[in-house]
Structures are given as structure tokens and as C-alpha cells.
Design a protein around this ligand. Structure first.
Ligand code: DGL
Length: 267
């Protein structure tokens, strides 16, 4: 396979840019096509059937862009529709944030319980617990849906009393179990890391699934011999289903740099 082909990364909206950011840092030579379904976000409160349908459409689109690897950056899609992606992708390797997060959580838990926070659909699917138990059947997993975090992050309230109070309330039951680590099981949560670190205290490690996904992608590209070796300016494409006014500003906050041109998809 031609190693200069891009990696396809996708999410329900702009949240997956946290994964793109981690990929840009870890794999600076890779080309990336990012797809964000901004017209239909949020997915975290939708049914499994709807998410599967949308996920299939996005996968087909990215496969047409001749990607060499697919990364499901959205925890909600990874939780309920990763099989759909793998079936359509055939021999194109597929990675997802839950797989990466589960591995990192088991490594970090050090014999203590694991806390997982995510959207209601992710938590109800029990996908993190299943993946974690496949790796370590004995570990205890405590999950908590945090539906208010996505709008709070999109509002830019990353260090705001309302967000702090919300986090304290959501995390109370998980922290009562004295977990060793907390998996940030949603694309938006890495932006809350400084605040969450304060709330959970020094005894609980935060597992950022964006960073662990980038690590996993680097290892997989090496293993398959398809890591890019092309130096020079890297091409990044950002494709969305709608371009809301706030997209550019919010997107840049997630990405940590300017977005450049954002294309609206022609299905
Ligand atoms: N990208 C979603 C996730 O990681 C959060 C936003 C949504 O609900 O669509 O679960």
C-alpha cells in the first residue's frame, strides 16, 4: 500500500479534532482527512440504529478518499458502530478511541478500579467495560454519563464555576469507589483536563483517549509498514456536513492551531 495515502479520521462533529491534534503531534508526516458530521451532531443522545446508519455513510465517504487507515475518533460511534466500520473497511485497518482508551486504562489502573465518563449512549452501551474486561476480567469499572460536558466545552467554559460544580456532582459516585484512573471517554473531555485534574485530585490518573489513539496509530502504521516517510508540508483536509458560524473558532480551540479551509461535503 502507498504510505503517502491519508489517514481518515471521523467524528460526530468537531470534537474529534482533539484526536487530530494528538495525531499531528505524534505523526507529523501523515496526511489526514477529517470528517465531522456537524449537521447531525450530537450523536451521544441518539439511538444505536441512527448512529450505525450515519457511521456507514461517513465510512463510505472516507473510503472513497483512498485512506490507508480509518480512525473512529468519536467515542459514541466507537461504542455502538465500530463493527459497521470494520465490515465496510475490509482490509483497511480501523482503530477506535475505545480500543485505545481501554488498553491505556488497564495499564494505568494498577490493581484499582477504573472510572469511565462519556455520553449517555457510550455509557449505556457498556462498550468501555466490555473492552476493559476483555483485557483484564478482574478489574472493576465504574461508568458515569456526563451529558452536560459537551455543551459546556462548546461554550468555551473550560475553567468556569458552573463546569467545576457539574464535574464535582457527576464524579462524586465514581470517586467514592476510589478508582485509580478515569477514562475521558468523549472527544470533548480532553479540553477539561486541567479542571478535571483538580476535581479528581492527584491520586487518580486521567486517561486521554486522544493521546492513546495517536500512540496506537503510530504503532499500527509501523507494524504494517505504511507509516509516511514524506517530509515537507503536510496536507490536512477538514470536511464537514454543515459549516456553522462558530465552527472555525471552536474548531481552532480543539485543534490548538488554525484550521485553514473547511470544505462542506457533497454527498
Ligand atoms: N463525539 C462525541 C463522543 O465522543 C461527543 C459529541 C456527540 O454527542 O456527538 O462521544
Amino acid at each position: 500500500m502507498d504510505s503517502s495515502r491519508p489517514i481518515g479520521v471521523f467524528d460526530s462533529g468537531i470534537g474529534g479534532l482533539t484526536v487530530v491534534r494528538a495525531l499531528m503531534e505524534r505523526l507529523p508526516l501523515e496526511r489526514i482527512v477529517y470528517f465531522g458530521d456537524t449537521a447531525r451532531v450530537p450523536y451521544g443522545v441518539k439511538s444505536v440504529a441512527t448512529i450505525e446508519h450515519f457511521t456507514a455513510q461517513i465510512t463510505e465517504f472516507l473510503l472513497q478518499q483512498d485512506v490507508k487507515m480509518l480512525i473512529v475518533a468519536c467515542n459514541t460511534m466507537a461504542a455502538v458502530a465500530a463493527d459497521v466500520v470494520r465490515r465496510l473497511a475490509r482490509d483497511i485497518p480501523v482503530l477506535d478511541v475505545i480500543e485505545a482508551g481501554a488498553h491505556a486504562a488497564v495499564a494505568e489502573s494498577k490493581g484499582r478500579g477504573i472510572g469511565v465518563i462519556g455520553t449517555p449512549t457510550t455509557v449505556n452501551s457498556n462498550a468501555y467495560a466490555r473492552r476493559i474486561h476483555a483485557l483484564d476480567p478482574g478489574v472493576r469499572v465504574y461508568s458515569q454519563a456526563c451529558p452536560l460536558f459537551v455543551p459546556l466545552v462548546e461554550e468555551g467554559w473550560l475553567d468556569h464555576p458552573v463546569t467545576r460544580l457539574t464535574a464535582q456532582e457527576y464524579l462524586k459516585p465514581v470517586l467514592a469507589e476510589e478508582v485509580g484512573c478515569l477514562v475521558l471517554g468523549c472527544t470533548h473531555y480532553p479540553l477539561l483536563k486541567p479542571l478535571l485534574r483538580d476535581v479528581v485530585g492527584p491520586g487518580v490518573r486521567l486517561v486521554d483517549s486522544a493521546i492513546t489513539t495517536a500512540e496506537l496509530a503510530a504503532a499500527k502504521l509501523q507494524e504494517l509498514g505504511i507509516a509516511s516517510t514524506q517530509a515537507g508540508p503536510t496536507a490536512y483536509r477538514f470536511v464537514v456536513t454543515d459549516v456553522p458560524l462558530r465552527f472555525q473558532t471552536i474548531g481552532e480551540r480543539f485543534l490548538g492551531r488554525s484550521l485553514g479551509v473547511v470544505e462542506k461535503v457533497e454527498w
